[in-house]
Design a binder for this molecule. Structure first.
Ligand SMILES: [Ca+2]
Ligand SMILES: [Ca+2]
Length: 302
């Protein structure tokens, strides 16, 4: 095992609601280098009054402080896990070509388009994320990794904003903050609805390539959709209000944020999506939440 906590320091951040001291934690676990930032405790209104029916009723949710990964898990990071565990690549993957199609030939190593090691791993099922997380947790005792809950994800994405995006309601900011459907997309997918700007990428881009939100999170919209822990529910009626995962006996899990092929209607804070836990799609990946089990490291934050 190689575990090396590299950096821990103070950032002074502001968002629409407050200023807070933020820790930044860099970890190296068996060569998987990941950065996490503090998401401050708070309360927010989950849901979007102008969104889809499943985004209502809007409801207050209290969130404890937690650490969220600044980027999506990359191909390079997933490759380390896969090589260590002989993780299979024979599940196939769904891709879009005038409708969603399945190819047994595609997988996270070859999603059907060119990727670099620093692009987000896609063609990742929810079940894959659980195997990755179980393995990562077995490599050390100081930390516990998990998926964000759906409430945590939306709270972190909003970064204090009640608007459609963390910078407000204007979708024209998308190309500087995210890799989503844009003028590039239309070159390969002329039928897509796209933002009238150019982010430089048809499919996935390097993680962290665009502006972060005020919590220091990159690519919360676009690039790869991101799995959450929660089971899918058709509305927020009776949803937990403490930030915990809404579990149950479910086949479908929630993923968030929009992907590289999604227009501003989908690449936003409140939008919800779901599919079967064993399904692989060429625009779904994940990022992690970090819990410190013991020996909380010295912090220079104040
Ligand atoms: Ca794009
Ligand atoms: Ca994303």
């Amino acid at each position: 095992m190689k575990l090396n906590q590299l950096v821990l320091f103070l950032l002074c951040c502001t968002n629409a609601l407050h200023t807070f001291a933020q820790e930044k934690i860099d970890l190296d676990i068996n060569g998987i280098k990941m950065q996490f930032v503090t998401i401050p405790a708070g309360e927010f209104i989950m849901g979007d009054k102008d969104g889809q029916r499943d985004e209502r009723p809007r409801h207050p949710v209290s969130i404890d402080s937690f650490y969220m990964q600044t980027t999506e898990i990359t191909v390079e990071q997933f490759d380390i896990f896969a090589n260590a565990t002989n993780h299979p690549t024979n599940f196939g993957c769904w891709y879009f070509n005038s409708g969603w199609l399945f190819s047994a030939e595609l997988n996270w190593r070859n999603p059907g388009y060119p990727q670099q090691p620093n692009h987000p791993a896609v063609c990742i099922s929810w079940n894959d994320t659980q195997q990755f997380i179980t393995w990562l947790n077995q490599q050390q005792q100081e930390y516990r990794f998990r998926l964000p809950t759906e409430a945590e994800w939306e709270y972190a994405a909003r970064a204090g904003s009640h608007e459609r995006y963390y910078w407000g309601s204007d979708p024209s900011g998308l190309c500087t903050h995210a890799n989503a459907s844009d003028k590039q997309t239309l070159k390969h997918f002329p039928s897509f609805r796209s933002n009238d700007c150019d982010d430089g990428y048809v499919e996935t881009s390097p993680v962290g390539n665009y502006l972060a939100n005020s919590y220091g999170l990159f690519d919360v919209y676009g690039n790869a959709w991101e799995w959450t822990q929660d089971c899918w529910h058709e509305s927020y009626s009776h949803a937990p209000e403490d930030g915990s995962a809404w579990e149950g006996n479910c086949m479908r899990r929630v993923f968030r944020g929009g992907g590289w092929g999604d227009n501003p209607k989908f690449a936003r804070s409140g939008l919800r999506n779901r599919t079967e836990a064993n399904k692989h799609k060429d625009d779904i990946g994940f990022r992690l939440v970090l819990e410190i089990i013991n020996n909380k490291p010295d912090s220079t934050a104040n």
